[in-house]
Design a protein around this ligand. Sequence first.
Ligand code: PMP
Length: 484
Amino acid sequence: MQKISPIQIEWRPEKNGHTPVYKQIVQFVCDKVAAGEWTVGTKLPSQRALAELFEVNRITITTAIDELTSYGIVSGRHGAGTQISSNTWSLFLPKSNWNEYLKSGSFQENNVMIQAINRLEFEPSVIRIGTGEIDPRLFSQSMWSKTLQKVGSKLTSLGYLENLGLLELRQAIAKHLEDSGIRADPENILITSGSLQALQLIAVCLLQKGSTVFTEAPSYLKSLQMFQSAGMNLKGIPMDENGIEYWKLSSGETVDSSVLYTIPTNQNPTGTTMSENRRQELMKYCIDNQLPIIEDGAYQELSYNGVISKTLKSMDENGMVIYLGTASKTLAPGLRIGWVVASKPIVERLGDVKMQMDYGASSLSQWALTEFLNSGAYDEYLSDLKIELKNRRDNALKSLGKYFKNLASWNKPDGGFYIWLTFKNNIKIEQLFEAAIKEKILLNPGDIYDFKEDHSLRLSFAYVNSDEFNRAIRELSEIIKELN
Ligand code: PMP
């Protein structure tokens, strides 16, 4: 057999170029193969060597190799064994220059760390201690089968639904919202395909290019690209233990068409709940400065200290708050059901565009959620879920006290899924992420959510049970000691 000599690579990616670095690497390999310089069987340097050569992190290399693997150009992606496996890759694409089109769309790509997390979440045996989802083992099969059976026996059709979504569901949500102090009629409610779609609709229907979206720093919103993709600027405002420090919004910046996006209750990623005083002050500030609010209530119902925080929407007397709800964090993200509560012209405007986008959220899911809410099954299930989450939170805090006392500081959330942990040393989070993955622990680094590089993690006790959390935290503390 012919011996293939190691390849020499002089090329380097352009770090500050328009094209993401991993895409440049994909293009570079494609060009080499297309030009016939790298033939089938050519071995690429190991991922580690490529990362060093191109002075990029390993995740960038993994992302590039994954994309090349999906085209069939390379195979054997793990370790040092990646090699060119096909030079006929262009046959798999509708046009060989589709690659060029990949750069053209206006919607920005996910950050590479998030792409890696999205991929790694589905690797078997990985322990996910940052995931914002309820443990699938808490799925109550008997409750679901009872509810879905009832839905099945009542269904007479599964056609398209009216613009704003199933009337029966909007009625049930209107009633349910009374617990959060929100008075809304069904015509003030729009059903969306998850609250992500609600955010998308707001970005394209209500805001303008160049306007500013203020939000807590850190915030879940920073992990999304939808506002930036639509040409808006995202600006992080610091928080303290009572919530967003709204007075740090300098009044000159709250120009026309800016908005504030906030998650006041059990915030993602910090777990912070805004105090009642802060809520009142914030509302006053926003009224005085004519700054509309998008209130994301994804974790509103998940407070487990018995106190129901007053929603900003419940204090809203002039329609300046758009409230977002979702079934994803309490019940099931796979339903893909969220809702927008706002004045009639707003829900109609959003509903009109939603019809153009997907002609309505799943009717089956809408019937299912209606049944959950109307039968009382939802409320019963929710109180059990909160007990479970509270136990997991207590365990998580104990575990952190045992293994991270000298390494980090963290908060005690009153509800939701998350603990925000900040390291005392300037630990390199990417390095920690990679080292943890080797031990099958998947982390959600704080940088995904923050506006500056930080040394934090979003920990979640929702997805793993207490034993798994403890094991992962113990192992993580050992990894950190080794890295230090
Ligand atoms: N808002 C917040 C604060 C979230 O944490 C999430 C999910 N991570 C969403 C919205 C999106 O949820 P969905 O689209 O599933 O309703």
